[in-house]
Each structure stands twice: as structure tokens, then as C-alpha cells.
Ligand binder design. Structure first.
Ligand SMILES: Nc1ncnc2c1ncn2[C@@H]1O[C@H](COP(=O)(O)OP(=O)(O)OP(=O)(O)O)[C@@H](O)[C@H]1O
Ligand SMILES: CC(C)(CO)[C@@H](O)C(=O)[O-]
Ligand code: BAL
Length: 281
């Protein structure tokens, strides 16, 4: 497996593969890999001849008080994990390679970013859409893989590729969970043992909502409140948002019918975790 730190080496590598007729898959990540990332890579490997993973903690998607500085980074560990699932190359640029002096250009996806994480992390999706556009331009993949754990991000990327006529297929992979239900996330590393236990309120909140739905509840405000109550009953957890929207349109709902996204962001101490479920009636 190759590790590239420059755009030009990455482009040269991809160009050679493409000349040999290879189908190319890209898995964008911020590193500190876990089974969720590996699942994206395995899925890519099953559909593509060659898989490239990017590992880049993208400063433009972090707010000034967020965890950009302390986000975990370990390229050696990540490289071994990526190689074990057959990744051909890692693109791991330094910040200056992606945002050189004088950088001015950003991609803004409107409307579907004015809620959920877009509201609680102003500028976040502008940073995500920008870096993902750059990664797509650098690698020019046939397929790109994203996780359903970041449900709004997946919708934003799909919208952006359609709106800007990007010539690739976006594949969304289901959320990979720990045995006890916690969605895998690099940020789980921040949790102390009691916080790790408290973090189960996210997946349990989703389960509570599914139960209410099975029992016939169709009022989104009622379901939202049940989940908020459950989170607030956990002393170490504080809800950031609990929202229900139509899926995939992200329109407000008066009644749950058809596909509905239930999305949660919860703070456990300084750590903000997200999870979601697509409810189907
Ligand atoms: N548990 C998971 N299951 C499936 N995909 C996942 C999971 N966690 C992350 N991904 C996907 O992996 C890709 C890279 O995500 P990222 O590197 O931010 O990982 P993360 O673990 O979500 O980190 P964070 O702590 O920032 O939430 C994204 O498309 C994301 O949706
Ligand atoms: C897609 C992504 C790699 C862009 O920085 C990031 O938002 C992530 O890891 O989900
Ligand atoms: N997984 C989304 C990247 C972020 O939280 O910034």
C-alpha cells in the first residue's frame, strides 16, 4: 500500500490505474480508523478494482471552539488497518497542501444544511462540501463511500454531486455499531468509562422512538419529547438536538408517515456524539 502526502503523486497514481481501465473507489475519512471506516473500505473493495482512502482532518469543517486540535491522529495505525482490507493507497495531505496561502473558494449547499448539524455547527457543511469536492477533483473516483452515521452529511454530498453534475456514484453504507449499540466513532475515544456507558442513551433513544412508533405513536413532537426525556434522565448526557424530518427531503413533519429521519446529537461532557435512525411507517 502506498501513502501519498501530495496531490501530484496521488493524481499520477490514479492516472496510471485509470489508463489500465481500473474502476476507482474513494473513501474519505478523518482517520483514527475503526470498523465503521473499514466497512466503507470493504464495500468499496467489493465494487471497485482499486480503493483509495483519504485521511485528512479538515480544518474548514471545525468551528473555532471545536476539537480540531485534539482530534486523534495516528497514521501508522491507520495505514496498517487500511492495508488489512485491501486499500491500495492513502492520501494524507498536510493542511497547506489542501489550503495553500491565498485559498478563497468554498462550496455551499443550501437549505438542507440550515438544520441539525448545520445549525449547531455553523459553517460545518461548507467545510465538508468544499473538502469533498476537492477530494473528488483530485482522485476523480468512479464511486465514493460515506457512512449513514452522518446522515445529513450523506444527503449533503448526494445533493452536491447531483447539483454540480459530478461524474461519480455516491454509496451510503449502514452505520456500524459496537455490540452494545453505540455507533462507532473516532470521538468515542474521548469518553471516560462512565461517559462511555452514558453514551448508550443515543442508541437507546432511537430504540425508544422505534418502540413508540410500533405502539402506534405518529406525533413527531411526542416522539421527540420521549427521546429528550430519556437523554435528560442520564446525568452525564445533555441533548444538543433531537429532531425528526422527512427523509430524504428533510422537510418539517406534522405527522410521521413514509420515511422519517430521527437524528440526535448529544453532548457527553465535552464530547459531542451523533446518531440517527430512518423510521418507516
Ligand atoms: N459507525 C460508522 N458506521 C458507518 N460509517 C461510519 C461510521 N463512523 C463513521 N463513518 C463514516 O466514515 C466516514 C469518515 O468519518 P469520520 O472520519 O468523521 O469518522 P467518525 O468516526 O464519524 O468520526 P467523528 O468522530 O468525526 O464522528 C464518514 O463517511 C462517516 O459517515
Ligand atoms: C467526509 C469527511 C471525510 C470530510 O472531511 C468528514 O466529514 C468525515 O469524516 O465524515
Ligand atoms: N464525521 C463528520 C466529521 C466531523 O464531525 O467533523
Amino acid at each position: 500500500m502506498q501513502i501519498f502526502h501530495t496531490i501530484s503523486e496521488t493524481r499520477a497514481f490514479v492516472r496510471q490505474a485509470r489508463a489500465r481501465g481500473r474502476v476507482i473507489g474513494l473513501v474519505p475519512t478523518m482517520g483514527y480508523l475503526h470498523e465503521g471506516h473499514l466497512e466503507l473500505m470493504r464495500r468499496a473493495k467489493s465494487q471497485c478494482d482499486m480503493v483509495i482512502a483519504s485521511i485528512f482532518v479538515n480544518p474548514t469543517q471545525f468551528g473555532p471552539t471545536e476539537d480540531f486540535g485534539r482530534y486523534p491522529r495516528d497514521l501508522e495505525r491507520d495505514a496498517a488497518m487500511a492495508e488489512s482490507v485491501g486499500v491500495a493507497a492513502i492520501f494524507n495531505p498536510p493542511v497547506e497542501e489542501m489550503y495553500p496561502q491565498g485559498y478563497c473558494t468554498y462550496v455551499d449547499v443550501e437549505r438542507i444544511t440550515d438544520k441539525l448539524c448545520g445549525l449547531s455547527r455553523p459553517g460545518h457543511f461548507r467545510g465538508v462540501a468544499t473538502v469533498v469536492t476537492k477530494l473528488f477533483n483530485i482522485v476523480q473516483p468512479d464511486y465514493a463511500y460515506f457512512g449513514q452515521k452522518d446522515a445529513q452529511q450523506a444527503l449533503v454530498i448526494k445533493r452536491m454531486t447531483a447539483d454540480l453534475n459530478m461524474d461519480l456514484e455516491v454509496v451510503i453504507v449502514p452505520t456500524v455499531r459496537e455490540q452494545d449499540g453505540l455507533a462507532m466513532s473516532s470521538r468515542n475515544l474521548y469518553l471516560e468509562p462512565e461517559q462511555r456507558h452514558a453514551a448508550l442513551v443515543l442508541s437507546r433513544g432511537l430504540e425508544r422512538a422505534r418502540k413508540a412508533l410500533r405502539e402506534g405513536e405518529r406525533n413527531p413532537a411526542e416522539i421527540r419529547q420521549l427521546v429528550i426525556d430519556m437523554i435528560q434522565a442520564e446525568p452525564l448526557a445533555e441533548p444538543d438536538y433531537v429532531e425528526l424530518y422527512s427523509y430524504p427531503g428533510l422537510e418539517p413533519l406534522e405527522r410521521i408517515e413514509g420515511l422519517t429521519l430521527l437524528a440526535l446529537a448529544v453532548k457527553i461532557g465535552r464530547t459531542r456524539l451523533i446518531d440517527n435512525a430512518i423510521l418507516e411507517v
